[in-house]
Every structure is written in C-alpha cells, then in structure tokens.
Design a binder for this molecule. Structure first.
Ligand code: 13P
Ligand code: SF4
Length: 371
C-alpha cells in the first residue's frame, strides 16, 4: 500500500481523497474488534481513513465529539469521545474542557451545547439535522401558552429550539421528565404543569405521577410510528425476548412493553440484566450500539430510522472539523433566557441511574393547552 502523509494544518485533503493505507491501518486496527459484529470487514476500509483523520483532527483542533446513542456505530464507537442520551450530553456540554465541541446529534442538541458553553465553538456536521418535535412549536406558541396559563409552570422537552426553551420555565429530557414535572409543581405550589411539545411523553409521564398535565400536539416522527399491534406481533414471534420502549412512543405501545425509559435507561437495563434476547423499540442505530456493549445479548431490530440523526456522517464530521464549519450561534439574549431553563433542570439532584417508567400504570387523560 502507498503511504500518504498529511502534515497538520489546513492541507487536509477532500474526504474522497483519504485512503486506507498502511499508516491508517496501523492507527485504526485497534478500533475494529469493537465494531466487528456491526461493521463488515468489507466496509471497514471505507470508514477507517475518515475515522483516523477525524481522530487526528480532534487533537489538532482541541475538539471533543459528543455522540448521541442514535449515531451510527462507526461514529458512536470510533470517533465519539462522550456518548449517551440527551441528558448526559447536555451535562457534559456544560462541563467540557475542550474549546471546540462537535455535536454528533441533531440541531437542538448543538444549540443546547452552545447555550451551556457560550464561550466554546460548537460545530454540527449538518445544519439541516432537525427534529419533528423541535419543528412542532415556536417561541411565539410558548408566549401564547404563558399568557393563557400564567399560573402554571411550563416544562419543555430539550427537543426544542433555543427560543422555545427561552420562554419556558424548566427543561426536561426523557431521563428526568417525571422528576422535573414533580419538582416544577412543588416549586410553583400547583397540582398541574404544562409539558410541551411531545404529547406522548406527556401522556406517559402523567401515568407515572399524581401531577396533572396539559400538553401540546407534537410527536417524534420516529417513535409515533410504532403501534400496539407491532408489539403484540413481536411478542408472539419472540415470547422469550424483553421488549424495551422509549417514552416518546404512544402510551398503548409503552403499556405492552416490559421496560420503558430514555435511550440511556434502555442501554443501562440491557447492561445490568443481560437478557438472552432484547427488542429495542426506538431508532435503528441504538440496537447496534447497545449490541457492541453486550455481545452476549441477541437483538431483534424492528427499528425506525430518524432521518435527522442520519444526516450526521463521518464525512460530515470530518469536513466540519477540517474547515471548522457549520458553527452554531444562538442570539445572546435568547441564550441567557434558555440557559435559565436548562440550568433549572441541571440544578436538580442528579439521579444515580436513569430512571425507568412503570409500564403497568393505567392511562391518564392529558388535555392539550387551549391557545
Ligand atoms: P434520549 O436520548 O434523551 O432518550 O432522547 C431520544 C431522542 O429521541 C433524542 O432525539
Ligand atoms: Fe427528533 Fe425523534 Fe429524531 Fe429524536 S428520534 S431527533 S425526537 S425526530
């Protein structure tokens, strides 16, 4: 193989010109065993040059890569420095030591990182990596809700724009939603909170607490596709499997599962319990990444792809770092207001492990806000 040598600086080649030579092979061989069950030997030479270039560029640029659990396995396992669910990535973004954060996740996650670390350069490999929940509600909508319900706290899912967070009282993720709802109600001295924009998360949380909830008509386009019939069919086909769902799924889906929780909670459940067979009702890459950590567990993979998460590729990460491009900016005034909502969430006591939802709870009526 011909060697190709790159000198640090701005002379990094186009992604297509990176080659799998002896030097790249030597620098990446230690990574392959980790992903051998989810990346074939034929694919590896295509990924390895980009993985090597990204890992070298990270050092050169003083960058850290935060990778969400829905990233493809070559990103998650081979270039991600910190991996996890939305809450963990937000906590890490607030504490990161590096000057540059590359968000291997969707836009609201990169905005969250920028809001929590305003002095850092935050890059996202693709500015179009959105989210159906974030697109379902605007800052003007939240102002209208606030005007209609001035006496109720607004708990906002992190899967929203900076402006939506700015007009909210506190943020939550699926890893702390029940804790946040109960804390907000206690702090405001009320028995009802507004939880936006995910109607299914709101309904699933309402079944876990005595606090009453009003919600918004948003939904995750990935999780809302799963049906109760899907779960019944899977149960019939795989009676020996543990079925795990994400709380962005409709309540009748969650009710049929054995376990429900954030992506972090699902990963922790599989690690702690080592079921013989597991079915993760969530985004497709999640099973690949949990499988890497748990080689003894067999996975059935009835997943739905998130088209937004899948916009993040090794090539995009490489180009973002090479050219220091796709920098995320947030209006400073909006960022200050949004930071207060995020900080209110981060200031709550940290739970030792991501909690799960009790799937056996009876459904509760959750009306939409009237605005
Ligand atoms: P969590 O990682 O917080 O469970 O969120 C899942 C998700 O859909 C993020 O977009
Ligand atoms: Fe948004 Fe759903 Fe995709 Fe997560 S999986 S980014 S909630 S559309």
């Amino acid at each position: 193989m011909d060697g190709m040598h790159f000198t640090p600086g701005n002379d990094w080649p186009e992604a297509d010109a990176l080659v799998y030579d002896d030097a790249v092979k030597a620098r990446t061989d230690h990574l392959y065993p980790r992903v051998k069950d989810v990346i074939t030997p034929m694919e590896w030479p295509l990924f390895a040059p980009l993985i090597d270039a990204i890992n070298r560029l990270k050092v050169e640029r003083g960058a850290t890569i935060l990778a969400h659990n829905y990233m493809t396995p070559e990103i998650f396992n081979c270039v991600g420095d910190i991996t996890g669910d939305s809450l963990k990535l937000a906590q890490v973004a607030a504490e990161a030591e590096e000057d540059v954060i590359v968000q291997a996740g969707v836009h609201f996650m990169a905005e969250t990182a920028k809001i929590l670390s305003p002095g850092k350069t935050v890059l996202i490999p693709d500015m179009e990596a959105g989210c159906s929940l974030a697109a379902s509600i605007t800052g003007a909508d939240v102002r209208a809700i606030k005007a209609a319900y001035p006496h109720l706290p607004i708990v906002t899912y992190v899967n929203t724009s900076a402006e939506v967070k700015a007009y909210s009282d506190i943020c939550c993720t699926s890893s702390n939603a029940v804790q946040v709802v109960e804390a907000a109600a206690a702090q405001w001295g009320v028995d009802t909170v507004i939880m936006i924009p995910d109607q299914y998360l709101a309904k699933n949380v309402a079944a876990q607490t005595s606090i009453k909830i009003l919600t918004w008509k948003g939904a995750c386009e990935v999780h809302e596709q799963f049906t109760a019939q899907d779960i019944d069919d899977l149960r019939a086909a795989h009676p020996d499997a543990v079925i795990l769902t994400h709380p962005e799924c409709p309540p009748d889906v969650m009710a049929r599962a054995d376990f429900a929780g954030s992506t972090g909670a699902m990963a922790a459940y599989v690690k702690d319990n080592s079921p013989k067979k597991a079915i993760l009702i969530t985004e497709c890459s999640m099973s690949d990444n949990v499988a890497v950590e748990n080689p003894g567990v067999q996975f059935v993979r009835p997943c739905n792809l998130c088209p937004h998460m899948k916009r993040i590729t090794l090539k995009g990460i490489y180009e973002a770092l090479r050219d220091m491009k796709h920098e995320v900016h947030v209006d400073p005034e909006i960022a200050d207001m949004a930071r207060a909502s995020l900080q209110a969430m981060l200031d709550l006591p940290r739970l030792a492990a991501p909690p799960h939802f009790d799937t056996g709870k009876a459904p509760v009526a959750v009306p939409y806000v009237a605005v």
